[in-house]
Design a binder for this molecule. Structure first.
Ligand SMILES: [Zn+2]
Ligand SMILES: [Zn+2]
Length: 427
């Protein structure tokens, strides 16, 4: 549930405003709430000093709280077209669509927001239009990576281009605020393009219906699956609200390749089994999602039969192991073939985050004075800091929620300078 604030000249710029799901409000609590965000009290008490909110990309942990919290923030929102469309759909649900000023920016744009000058640099991740930011002020410059990986074959959008990041070596970057998610994994992440062969292999082997569970926001994976369906004579059905919302966003913004269309899911039961490829939400075993309903014969549109195949084109997010294992057991009890990342000899999932060698590359290109690892547990941020040190970054500053990082001159962390916490957006 990312929420970053950059301060300069008595003004604040917010970068990202996300949520987390099924989480307690404190580490000690055992009570989980459906949707939780960071408590924005620090900034809402002085919202006249908040000059804008920049959203780096359309993942829920970066954009999910905007519609709920905007009435308390009341600032202009800056983002690119895909994320803007995704956000508009969320604002529409709250009746806020005309009230929120959304400024749509393009890759490469450089915009003054109060005392901050913000430049949008395109990179690769696991959904359309991810961006890093260069935030320039009179006091110093920050490179904020957002979520990223180095993907030479992203399927969607342009391959990763190192040129704008190499150019930052001469741009006096004081601090690089960097995604740490997979920094403790050696080597490099798999490319999104590497999932095609494995997924196609499994779909070709399947005799009955195929259901593929994946993250709804991974539009590139959906394009790969649509291509495989076309090549193997199957119709694609989409099951799950978040999936439909993301595809709708991709279609509305022209990101979705128009040659790939979808079958109505209530028509799927009338098709021969070998002509069905269904993409479903619920890879984490969440209750009330499409795959859980299919596993328990409670889906409104379709039932699975023995001999059908379910492919998990997603990892088990830590914490969800029990729910996913229960889901798999339910499917196997129905004699459905289950293929997970662990069972597959071929890659069928690629993470959207950088492994150690990619993190090293970016530090080497950008050459910041200070590294600020973010986005991960303490062990991931420590691993990121160690990579930065190895690449000759002068200072590595790690901290926790509520710490204030002083980034001009010699960097320092003022521990717990700001009171933070969590709030419930939906019970
Ligand atoms: Zn993220
Ligand atoms: Zn992301």
């Amino acid at each position: 549930m990312n929420m970053n604030l950059y301060g300069h000249d008595d003004q604040w710029l917010m970068v990202d405003c996300g949520v987390t799901f099924k989480a307690p409000l404190t580490p000690e609590s055992t009570v989980e709430h459906d949707v939780v965000s960071a408590d924005p009290a620090f900034i809402t008490k002085q919202k006249e000093n908040l000059v804008g909110l920049v959203v780096t990309h359309a993942h829920e942990d970066h954009v999910g709280a905007v519609a709920d919290l905007w009435p308390r923030l009341q600032c202009p929102v800056y983002t690119t077209a895909f994320t803007a469309e995704f956000l508009r759909r969320k604002l529409a649900e709250k009746g806020l669509v005309g009230s929120v000023p959304i400024i749509v920016v393009d890759s490469g744009d450089c915009i003054d927001i109060g005392s901050f000058n913000v430049e949008w640099l395109p990179l690769t991740h696991s959904l359309p239009e991810p961006h890093a930011l260069v935030i320039r002020t009179k006091a110093g410059n920050v490179f904020h990576t957002g979520d990223w990986k180095i993907d030479p074959k992203p399927v969607m959008g342009e391959p990763f281009d190192p040129a704008p990041f190499e150019a930052l070596a001469n741009a006096s970057i004081d601090a690089m605020v960097c995604d740490s998610t997979n920094a403790n994994r050696p080597g490099r992440s798999l490319s999104e393009g590497d999932c095609y062969a494995g997924l196609k292999h499994h779909v070709e082997q399947a005799e009955g219906r195929v259901v593929v569970a994946c993250f709804g926001s991974n539009i590139a994976r959906l394009v790969t699956l649509s291509k495989i369906a076309a090549e193997t004579g199957r119709y694609v059905g989409l099951m799950g609200r978040s999936l439909l919302n993301m595809v709708g966003t991709a279609q509305a913004t022209g990101v979705w390749p128009s040659q790939y269309s979808f079958a109505e899911t209530n028509h799927l039961p009338y098709l021969p089994k070998h002509e069905v490829l269904c993409i479903a939400t619920g890879s984490q075993g969440e209750p009330r999602t499409a795959l859980t309903r299919l596993a328990t014969d409670s889906h409104y549109d379709m039932e699975l039969d023995p001999g059908d195949t379910v492919i998990f084109s997603a990892i088990k997010i830590p914490g969800n192991e029990v729910a996913v294992d229960r889901l798999i057991a339910n499917l196997k009890r129905k004699k459905i073939n289950v293929i997970t990342v662990a069972d597959s000899e071929w890659p069928i999932h690629a993470s959207g985050h950088p492994c150690a060698d990619e993190v090293a590359d970016l530090y080497r290109w950008v050459q910041p004075r200070i590294a600020v690892p973010v986005h991960g547990e303490a062990e991931h941020m420590q691993a990121n800091a160690a990579i930065a040190k190895h690449q000759g970054v002068h200072q590595q500053l790690t901290g926790s929620n509520g710490d204030l990082f002083v980034l001009n001159g010699r960097g320092k962390v003022r521990k717990q300078a700001v009171q933070t916490g969590r709030i419930v957006l939906r019970e």
